[in-house]
Structures are given as structure tokens and as C-alpha cells.
Design a protein around this ligand. Structure first.
Ligand SMILES: [Zn+2]
Ligand SMILES: [Zn+2]
Length: 152
């Protein structure tokens, strides 16, 4: 027989912070209204989204963010984030390496874009979702830096 009271201790706010899973983005956030491929300029791509947001990525970023399994695992091993260039080997003299430029750019269905890079690589399919999640604008990079916790 105990007379203990059951305390409903206030154990802090509900653990709904630190969401690590990717929440689905609203449909109009991953629907491009306009896709500009600045291939002749050698710049990159720009997308105007249906929700009014605008994003742009340079080809160098896109090449280093290739979402194919090979590149993805290489990045994991080297601890690089999508778009982060490979570390230059320190024992080599600095050489001029031309920025990566795709030979051709194709739409994949209505959900993605695919690049055929000059170095022969073409395995990555960049979905609108992937691109939107890696929007490089100040607003978005600020938000991800804030919410993605430890930089590892
Ligand atoms: Zn790849
Ligand atoms: Zn953005």
C-alpha cells in the first residue's frame, strides 16, 4: 500500500524538435515554373518555382552534388556535402582545371533533370525535390544551416 502520488511532471516541451527526417515539400515548392539552362554561358541552371521562389546553381556545384550512388558514397566517405568540391591533392602543383560543364542537359520525365558532363559522367538524376532542398539562395542556406544541427 503506497501513498505515492502520481506526478505528471512537466518534462519539457514535446520532443518535436530536431526533426531529422526530410519532410515532404509542398507540391508547388518542387514544381518548376521555368527552368533556364545557361549552358552556352557555362553558368548553371536557374529555376523559378511555382511557389514564387527562385533558385540557381552553378555547374561546378551541380557536378559536385551529383546524386548518383557512386558520387553519393564518395561524398559520404570523404565527408563532403552535396556541392562541396573534392579536396585538391596537396602534393600536386596547382593546375588550372576547367570548371565542369555539361555537354548536354536532358529533362527526365517531368520530375528531374540530367546532365551529361564533359568528363563522361552522366549517372546523376537531379530531381526537382533534390534541387529545391539544396537551393543555394541566402534564405535557404541560412535555414538549413540552422536546422541541420551538427556540421558533420
Ligand atoms: Zn555521379
Ligand atoms: Zn532558396
Amino acid at each position: 500500500m503506497s501513498h505515492e502520488e502520481i506526478h505528471t511532471a512537466p518534462s519539457g516541451p514535446a520532443a518535436s524538435e530536431g526533426e531529422e527526417e526530410l519532410r515532404p515539400l509542398p507540391r508547388n515548392a518542387v514544381t518548376p515554373k521555368k527552368v533556364r539552362i545557361l549552358l552556352t554561358e557555362g553558368k548553371g541552371i536557374e529555376i523559378d518555382w511555382a511557389d514564387g521562389h527562385k533558385s540557381a546553381w552553378g555547374f561546378a556545384w551541380l557536378r559536385a552534388a551529383c546524386p548518383c550512388v557512386t558520387c553519393h558514397e564518395e561524398r559520404l566517405q570523404e565527408g563532403r556535402k552535396p556541392g562541396q568540391p573534392k579536396a585538391q591533392p596537396a602534393n600536386l602543383l596547382p593546375m588550372y582545371t576547367p570548371p565542369p560543364i555539361p555537354v548536354t542537359v536532358h529533362r527526365v520525365g517531368n520530375y528531374a533533370i540530367r546532365f551529361h558532363w564533359q568528363d563522361g559522367h552522366s549517372g546523376g538524376i537531379y530531381s526537382w525535390d533534390y534541387l529545391r532542398r539544396h537551393c543555394q539562395c541566402k534564405e535557404c542556406t541560412f535555414t538549413t544551416a540552422k536546422t541541420s544541427g551538427a556540421p558533420n
